[in-house]
Design a protein around this ligand. Sequence first.
Ligand code: B12
Length: 264
Amino acid sequence: MKKVVILAPLDPVHDIGLKMIGRGLNQAGHETFLLPPDLTPDEIVEMVFSKGKVDILLVSRTLGYGVGEILARFIDLADAAGLRTNTRIGIGGMAIRPELAAELGFDAGFGPGTTVEEVVCFVEGREYHPDPFRSKKDKTDMTANYDYQYHHGAIGEKLGRISEMILDWVKNKTSPGVKRAKLRDELWDVERWRKRQGNGDLYNHYPQLCSEIPQKYYTTGELHPKTRRFTIEEVRGLEKYLEETKARMSVLKLQHTRKKATGL
Ligand code: B12
């Protein structure tokens, strides 16, 4: 039976894998919609709802900062919004392995080298039996014939001595950057800072370790020449955006709770 499939690159750029999978699914007779890359989890969830009845959502992701959190947040959001009542969610891409996808709560996970046939099986709810005659690419182990011995013992010994000398040289050395990091560790209380209760003793010592421009900022409040403070309109705009997003999320949550309670 023909399925409706949404392909969503939850990634800043990479969408070639999904395009390839989309083409295979179309050829197998399914209807696909490819979303653009760089959407937020919220935007993807909203767009899936806006399409009406969607059987499968296929998400793609490569590695990047905070990817675990982004994917966990995505699946939480999909859950909270009630998306998963009718839609199965699969994920794939360079960063994904089936175990990771299962741990994060996706319905299926596909790593690098996934075949279109595998995905067609998932979409159609069939079990995938790999073709035993399909030639598997044998990757050469480039490190196979290497070990950690130097061919020339004398060079190994010299490099060892150089490393020792460098370690000796840096032993009791420090730099303003290291000192700043230590100070922050010792004196910066992030909870106080969040509650706008100041930074305690930190700023009595910190500016002296900074270069001229940040020092000026910490001591007189004068900003870096290429920066400015947010205007009150910008702060209000940001607050408005946050309020609207929260309101949208609570509507989605409400719809989910209703759906759960009534089964509709
Ligand atoms: C093309 C490419 C790009 C293009 C993307 C163009 C596009 N429209 O997609 C461009 C040049 C824009 C790009 C940019 C970047 N890239 Co790039 N890119 C690649 C490259 C060379 C090929 C990816 C590709 O398309 N492969 C072909 C497709 C068919 O394969 P695939 O994506 O793996 O998909 C298969 C499976 O994974 C699976 N699959 C994928 N998604 C899904 C989803 C589902 C639901 C399913 C079922 C299966 C599935 O099925 C596919 C078929 O088997 C890879 C390196 C490589 N050799 O893989 C790096 C790579 C993906 N990029 C990488 C990085 C880090 C970046 C940058 C962050 C680099 C940078 N520092 O600027 C930037 C992104 C910038 C940003 N704003 O964040 C890394 C990602 C790290 C990782 N292991 O996840 C890689 C692996 C390179 C590397 N080795 O470091 N990139």
